[in-house]
Ligand binder design. Structure first.
Ligand code: 9MR
Length: 396
């Protein structure tokens, strides 16, 4: 028991007194559960390693940051970022609707803040994202009468946007998600407005414009569910087409919006090998593991929504120890694959910092309590964190 208490103190960073026992009994009980979850899976909880240090010989460790964190309103989250991440991606503020909400009217304040945050700390900053079908205002695709624009006009808008944005952050944003989610699940091209107005070469054109705006920036294609074969083949085709046209592309981001039971480690491994086989860098760009029940097959199709029902929100306070263990094992399985292929992977970025502020609390069902990341709602490392750390240590 004394050992258990000291481990709890180590985990929570709070001394346990009689007073705190009564005041925060729930928190302490929860930590005891966490501790037993750690023991259950044989991981060394209480290890306060920094992720970026632990994986410094493997790949960068990144996180998606929201504006609240960047502007100083969530200092505990910012402290986690400083300690654990050497790369950052803005979660929303570099999307078209934020940067150019109206024709020619650019609003850079929030994007500037995130770039300044990263530059100050010497972090690798990823720009997300230049061309996407979502979070792009409808004016982009319409003329002054609300009719669809022609190809020439849309190409000009694309070029203006890309050269203004990439040009502004030249030398500071070192890699860009140039095109995001251009594919359907069967590997065919998504019939987005980009595709319908410009045609399939909108992808190559966007990459060419980005390269022109900053010849030293790395350029990526980013998508989810590439672990599923049909979609992966679509992405391979798309990349090969760029390579055949001698258009610069440096890497592919497989987003990594995973479930406890999908995709299998073998699927993850095949995906990494397939893109690396084309001579590209591979990145896991939006990693999280959804632990809640779902009735949507896979992926991160943002347009899909389900109504809230209590049975879809089974862990509204905390994750029970058996689920905590399952999540830890899942993360360990994934990181074992990443570490094995560290020569092909340049970065693993989590989509968020801690559970309290994950997009998965609101997708595909609004208002749930999800637990997909390595840090809990009180900013404490979860058993999954310790499991991830162990994967680096076990192999070396
Ligand atoms: O995490 C983002 C969330 O805050 C936004 O509401 C959502 C809106 O589209 O976008 C989320 O981020 C997405 C990312 O930009 C692209 N891949 C899927 C991510 C999760 O939807």
């Amino acid at each position: 028991m004394p050992h258990l208490l000291s481990e709890i103190q180590r985990l929570t960073h709070h001394p346990i007194t009689m007073k705190s026992m009564s005041m925060s009994r729930m928190a302490i009980l929860r930590t005891m559960f966490l501790f037993s979850a750690c023991i259950g899976i044989g991981f060394a909880c209480g290890d306060d390693s920094s992720l970026k240090e632990v994986f410094r010989h493997h790949f960068m460790i990144g996180g998606a940051l929201n504006d609240e964190l960047v502007s100083g309103k969530d200092p505990q989250a910012a402290a986690l970022v400083e300690r654990h991440f050497n790369s950052i991606t803005p979660e929303n503020v570099m999307k078209w609707e934020h940067l150019q909400p109206e024709p020619g009217k650019f609003t850079f304040e929030a994007a500037d803040r995130v770039v300044e945050f990263g530059v100050k700390r010497g972090m690798f900053i990823v720009g997300h994202t230049l061309i996407w079908h979502h979070q792009t205002p409808s004016w982009v695709f319409q003329d002054s009468n609300g009719k669809p624009v022609d190809r020439k006009t849309l190409l000009k808008r694309m070029k203006d946007h890309i050269s203004t944005v990439v040009g502004r952050y030249r030398g500071k944003v070192r890699g860009w998600d140039v095109v995001n989610e251009a594919l359907n699940e069967d590997g065919s091209m998504r019939q987005s407005s980009w595709m319908m107005v410009i045609g399939e070469d909108y992808v190559a054109t966007a990459f060419a414009y980005a390269h022109e705006a900053d010849p030293s920036a790395e350029l990526y294609y980013n998508d989810f569910s590439l672990e599923n074969e049909p979609k992966r083949h679509g992405a391979l085709r798309l990349v090969k087409d760029l390579q055949a046209r001698k258009i610069r592309i440096d890497g592919v981001g497989t987003q990594g919006h995973y479930k406890l039971d999908w995709p299998s480690p073998a699927q993850v491994e095949q995906t990494i090998e397939a893109f690396a086989g084309l001579g590209l860098g591979v990145m896991i760009t939006e990693l999280d593991v959804d632990v809640l029940p779902y009735d949507i097959e896979t992926g991160a199709e943002i347009s899909m929504r389900t109504e809230f029902r209590a049975e879809l929100n089974p862990y509204p306070t905390s994750l029970p120890p058996d689920k905590e263990q399952e999540l830890a094992r899942r993360y360990a399985d994934l990181f074992r694959v990443f570490v094995k292929h560290a020569d092909k992977i340049s970065r693993v970025t989590f989509w968020g910092v801690y559970d309290g502020r994950s997009w998965l609390n609101d997708w595909p069902v609004r208002g749930r309590t999800n637990h997909p990341l390595l840090f809990d709602r009180s900013y404490r490392p979860k058993p999954a964190f310790f499991a991830v750390v162990q994967t680096a240590r076990k192999i070396h």
